[in-house]
Design a binder for this molecule. Structure first.
Ligand code: CMC
Length: 456
């Protein structure tokens, strides 16, 4: 054995698992990352001990190794490629962060210029895709449109779906980052019945998004610098968050060899839920429902009632059990935007009062339920005039780079093993089949009640 192997050998730790049913012990290697908890490598456990580990919700399971993002939930730390989210939000712009997530380093001035140009030159959509937007109902949720259109990109950009080709992988990554604001803004324009505003390549990523959403052909529109900066911050703060539900969905979809556009469409679907990216929309719905500061105690009491499954949206986080560092930056931005726009909105007053009460209330303090990033982003987006149903779309636009960076990292690992969890089976054991003529008679419920007897 050579020197380096000797060193590895001397560093190797094991975790001993004892099965008292069979009186056998198993030595499981313990792997160390650069930071964060060590992991127990259970890959050989099933073969050796004929058991699976059980962890629905992945509360104690590392599904992969990654170099992209580090989170320390106890101490409220979030770093991308080693750089703190506070520094990135303060000193970078969104495309700087995109480059960092994708390539592992901050870009040099030349690299930045080239990257910005690459993204800018992929912002337009194939004109044929316009027909897809027109096929939706005007009242379609824009996230439904996003899932559909992004999935459809695989039918338009065949020259970037060969996942084995690094150049095509990079082209697909750039296309996705570049086209998401266009798709999101078109979904919004379609809901308003307004003409689509084509991307404006001279504008920054954030400014372009605002222009495509708010400009109409009949008028000028120059977004305020405070709003551009706020949008840029929102994008930076949502860019990546290691193995969250949507990123894990993208990895799982990608592990089967699916093309990147299909994988990102799967990620968008996963993001949509109110426990994940849909929370910013749910925050505004909650504030509207509360309506007035006087009503807050009633809603707080409901959230605390163990017999009521009502939750305060925008509070709590699976990983952050102290504070969400993104929420800190977002809170500052929220105050800047509200001050600049001089907004007098009763819902924002409700939000501020709710924040105050929840931060003091024993129930929330004990369970470490702090306002999360979506609590403040919802407030900022509302103040900026962005409609509630577009909130999760903005999140999806921002998170695309994170999804793509993780997908690319996984594809570059060499051999990708298909993600295939196992289960604890709790269903029927083997039974004897009976033909329909001898089965017991039971009244059929019919299914037409489900959709009112007809379907559009
Ligand atoms: N309001 C009231 N009670 C809550 C809330 C809340 N928002 N969140 C958690 N709890 C309680 C929960 O009832 C439980 O109480 P008990 O111990 O008495 O049974 C305890 O806190 C722990 O909850 P949990 O469900 O085990 O926590 P989790 O880590 O599985 O869930 C969460 C994390 C984010 C899904 C949850 O806090 C939640 O549903 N929050 C509201 C939705 C939200 O804001 N989501 C956005 C997350 S940040 C953006 C993102 O990453 O997507």
């Amino acid at each position: 054995m050579n020197d380096s192997n000797d060193k590895k050998e001397s560093r190797q730790h094991y975790f001993t698992l004892h099965d008292n049913l069979n009186e056998r012990s198993y030595e499981l290697p313990v792997l160390e990352g650069t930071e964060g908890p060590r992991v127990i490598d259970v890959r050989s456990l099933h073969a050796e001990a004929d058991v699976f580990t059980y962890d629905p919700g992945y509360k104690s399971t590392a599904a992969c190794s990654s170099e992209i993002t580090y989170i320390d939930g106890t101490n409220g730390i979030l770093r991308h490629r080693g750089y703190s989210i506070e520094d990135l939000a303060e000193h970078s712009d969104f495309l700087d962060v995109c480059y960092l997530l994708l390539h592992g380093e901050l870009p040099s001035p030349e690299e930045k210029e080239e990257f910005d140009r690459d993204i800018t030159h992929h912002t337009m959509l194939n004109e044929q895709l316009i027909f897809f937007f027109r096929g939706f109902r005007r009242d379609a949720h824009p996230m439904a449109i996003m899932v559909g259109i992004v999935g459809a990109l695989s039918a338009f950009y065949h020259d970037s779906t060969d996942i084995g080709d690094p150049l095509q992988r990079m082209t697909a990554s750039h296309r996705l980052i570049a086209k998401m604001p266009t798709i999101g803004a078109y979904a919004y324009k379609f809901s308003l019945g307004q003409p689509f505003t084509y991307p404006y390549n001279k504008a920054s990523y954030a400014e372009n998004l605002l222009k495509m959403m708010f400009k109409v052909p009949a008028d000028e529109y120059e977004p305020d610098q405070v709003l551009i900066r706020a949008m840029d911050r929102i994008l930076i703060l949502h860019a990546d968050h290691e193995q969250n539900a949507s990123t894990s969905t993208v990895r799982l979809a990608g592990s089967s060899g699916a093309n990147p556009f299909a994988c990102i469409a799967a990620g968008i679907a996963s993001l949509w839920g109110p426990a994940h990216g849909g929370a910013n929309e749910a925050v505004l719905k909650m504030l509207t429902e509360i309506g007035d500061k006087d009503q807050i105690p009633e809603f707080v009491a409901r959230a605390k009632d163990p017999d009521d499954n009502y939750r305060l949206m925008g509070f709590g986080h699976r990983v952050y059990k102290n504070f969400d560092p993104r929420a800190k930056v977002m809170k500052k931005t929220a105050h800047e935007v509200l001050e600049k726009l001089n907004i007098d909105d009763p819902l924002l007053e409700v939000a501020m009062e709710l924040e105050r009460i929840a931060l003091e209330d024993e129930y929330f303090v004990e369970r470490k339920l702090y306002p999360n990033v979506d609590f403040y982003s919802g407030i900022i987006l509302k103040a900026m005039g962005i409609p509630t149903h577009m909130f999760t779309v903005i999140f999806a636009i921002a998170r695309t780079v994170g999804w793509v960076a993780h997908w690319k990292e996984m594809m570059e690992e060499g051999s990708v093993s298909i993600g295939r969890p196992r289960q604890l089976y709790i269903g029927q054991t083997e039974r004897t089949f009976t033909t329909v003529d001898v089965r017991e008679h039971k009244q059929s419920r019919g299914w037409s009640w489900l959709w009112g007897g007809h379907e559009n």
